[in-house]
Structure formats: structure tokens, C-alpha cells
Design a protein around this ligand. Structure first.
Ligand code: KG4
Ligand code: ZN
Length: 330
């Protein structure tokens, strides 16, 4: 069963063809990131205009690189939210129009859940439910209990900024540019992570997160100490990164303990951070938990995770009408 995935929740436009929920036949992504960098964040109008211009070409490119014809597609899957309304509208309109013209079914998919699925694409044979999942991106930082892909419960979430948003804001106040995550990671590599002690604010829910306090702490540190040397700035980035990663690890392991889960799926843009991956792997090994990461390229927004997740949902009986209201029919 070949599923066409369509993803336009933020600044990326993704079109993918995925066979049986696990093999990626084509995965094309176009990003308008460069156009946003001078504004220090995504400008919704610019994002949706670029998506409108690129989506048709990406679709044709995906068919060509997979070596298949439109008639070979069994299902069209599209991200319906959460995301920027204008951007979502481009993908949803494209998917619906294609479904109507090809006479194929269309299925709406939740963007955050598709980030969880990105790790399954790589480790398909090893995943056992129920497990715990952490989605850590520019818009979300949430822990989930995944009983199956049609039965996902929220265990905790950020009460203010998402973790990726904190990376982006810290990078902005340090004058590094946008997106901040990769820039902080690069700078932190030559810094001393123990130089400054930052900590994330406590939350009432033990599995919730808060990242706005640590961002403000970095701002105050910059104002008070105005670190100028390259070494001092690298240590500031490393100390921030260390604290942010530690809180993600501690809460994820606590969630696994509470749910007696032995597997942890991690997805979202921040999961591309190599320091985070190494630290999670070490901490999970110590707690006898197996953690699974997507390929680095599939941490960021992409349509392969949409096509993959849709295959499972469809098999479990999920059907969407043309308004993209989804029900389970089995
Ligand atoms: O998943 P994603 O592409 O979009 C959302 O759904 O939000 O994630 C983008 C976020 C940005 O905040 C970006 O700074 C962060 O992921 N990010 C990173 C790294 N690469 C991307 N954060 C930390 N370290 C990285 N290497
Ligand atoms: Zn995302």
C-alpha cells in the first residue's frame, strides 16, 4: 500500500511516498527557512506563499524519484494540525484536490503524533506498545503514553515555551541567528557545560516542562556578565544546552517509570541534537530503557512520517471525510 504524505504545518513543504508504513520511496522537502532568518522567526505569510509555489513541483518530483504513477497511490495523508493556519491550508487543499481528482481516499494526520512515528520508520521491527514518547520541537515539548497509534495519551507538556523555541530565543539574544538549535549546538561543542549553573523552573505537574525561566536566566546572565570571549560565549551555550537536555532526560525517564515502559520514542527537531542523543542513550542504558531516535533528517518536519503514520491509522480503521473529520470505523 503506497501512501502519499503531505506536510505543510510550518515553514517546510514536504511530499513523500511511503510503502506499507515503513519503506520510504521518496521524501522531498523544501524549506523557506532562509527567507525567515532575517526576521528571527517564521513569518507565516512568507511560509504559505512559498508552499503554494513549491507543492505541485515537489509532488511531481516525488513520483519521478519513486518511479511510480499517480494511479499507484492508495491513500493521500495530510497534516491537519497543529500548525500555522495558512500553511496547513495549502497542504490540506492540495491533498483534497488530489484525492478528488484521482478518486483516492484522504486521511488527516496529527502533526505531533507524526513526529512520534518518525522513529518507527527507522526501527519498525523493534517497537513494542505500550511505550513512552517525547516530542521535542520548535512548537511542542510533550510526553505521551502510546498504547497504539490510535490510542495516545498526554502525560505532560510545556507550560510556556517549547524546548526548540527556547534554543531559538537563546540564540537570538546571543545574536547567533535563526534557527537557533543547530547554532547553539555548534557553539556549545567548544564550551564548558559546567561553567554556569542554569536550571529549568519547576512545574506543578511532575511530567510538565517549563523553558521560559531558563531563557530569561540566560538573558540576565548576558546583561550582568556580558561575556565577550569566544570561550565564555561557548560555555554559556553549553551550560544552557546541558540544563535543557537534563530536564528532558529526567522527565522522560520518570514518565517511563510511572508507566513501567521499557521503550522510549523521541522525535521532533531538537532530537537532531547530537549531544542530546548521546546523553539520552547513556541515561536510558543505565535505566535499562531502550530509546529510539529517527534519522537526523526525519527529526525535522517531513512528509515521510505523515505517510507512515497514516498507513497504520488506515489499517486500524481510521477514515476521514472531505472535511477531514476522522473516525475509526472498526
Ligand atoms: O520539528 P521541527 O522541524 O518543527 C516544529 O514542529 O517545531 O523543529 C524545529 C525546531 C527549532 O526550534 C530548531 O531550533 C530545533 O528544532 N532544532 C534543534 C536542532 N536542530 C533543530 N534544537 C537543538 N539542537 C539541534 N541540533
Ligand atoms: Zn514539527
Amino acid at each position: 500500500m503506497i501512501v502519499l504524505g503531505v506536510e505543510t504545518s510550518c515553514d517546510e513543504t514536504g511530499i513523500a511516498l511511503v510503502k506499507d508504513g515503513r519503506s520510504i520511496l521518496a521524501n522531498t522537502v523544501s524549506s523557506s527557512l532562509k527567507l525567515h532568518s532575517k526576521y528571527g522567526g517564521v513569518v507565516p505569510e512568507i511560509a504559505s506563499r512559498m508552499q503554494l509555489e513549491s507543492i505541485g513541483g515537489l509532488y511531481r518530483q516525488a513520483l519521478k524519484s519513486a518511479g511510480i504513477k499517480a494511479k499507484d497511490i492508495s491513500l493521500i495523508a495530510v497534516t491537519t494540525g497543529p500548525g500555522l493556519p495558512g500553511s496547513l491550508l495549502v497542504g490540506v487543499s492540495f491533498a483534497k484536490a488530489l484525492a478528488l481528482s484521482l478518486g483516492k481516499p484522504v486521511l488527516g494526520v496529527n502533526h505531533v503524533y507524526s513526529h512520534i512515528y518518525a522513529g518507527v520508520l527507522r526501527h519498525y521491527a523493534q517497537i513494542r506498545f505500550p511505550c513512552v514518547a517525547l516530542v521535542v520541537s520548535g512548537g511542542h515539548t510533550s510526553l505521551f503514553h502510546v498504547k497504539s497509534f490510535s490510542d495516545i495519551g498526554v502525560l505532560g507538556q510545556t507550560r510556556d515555551d517549547a524546548c526548540g523555541e527556547a534554543f531559538d530565543k537563546v540564540a537570538k539574544i546571543m545574536g547567533l541567528g535563526y534557527p537557533g538549535g543547530p547554532l547553539i549546538e555548534k557553539l556549545a561543542a567548544s564550551g564548558d557545560k559546567d561553567k554556569i549553573r542554569f536550571s529549568c523552573s519547576g512545574t506543578r505537574g511532575e511530567l510538565d516542562f517549563s523553558f521560559s525561566g531558563i531563557k530569561t536566566a540566560v538573558l540576565y546572565h548576558l546583561k550582568a556578565k556580558s561575556p565577550k570571549s569566544a570561550g565564555e560565549r561557548a560555555s554559556l551555550a553549553a551550560s544552557f544546552q546541558e540544563s535543557a537536555i537534563n530536564v528532558l532526560i529526567n522527565k522522560s525517564l520518570l514518565a517511563c517509570k510511572r508507566k513501567r515502559a521499557k521503550q522510549l520514542l523521541i522525535g521532533g527537531g531538537v532530537a537532531a541534537n547530537n549531544c542530546l542523543r548521546r546523553k539520552f542513550e547513556a541515561a536510558c542504558e543505565e535505566s535499562e530503557i531502550k530509546c529510539f531516535f529517527p534519522d537526523i533528517a526525519l527529526c525535522m518536519d517531513n512528509a515521510a512520517m505523515v505517510g507512515g503514520l497514516a498507513y497504520f491509522l488506515y489499517k486500524e480503521g481510521a477514515r476521514s471525510d472531505l472535511y477531514l473529520n476522522t473516525n475509526f470505523n472498526n
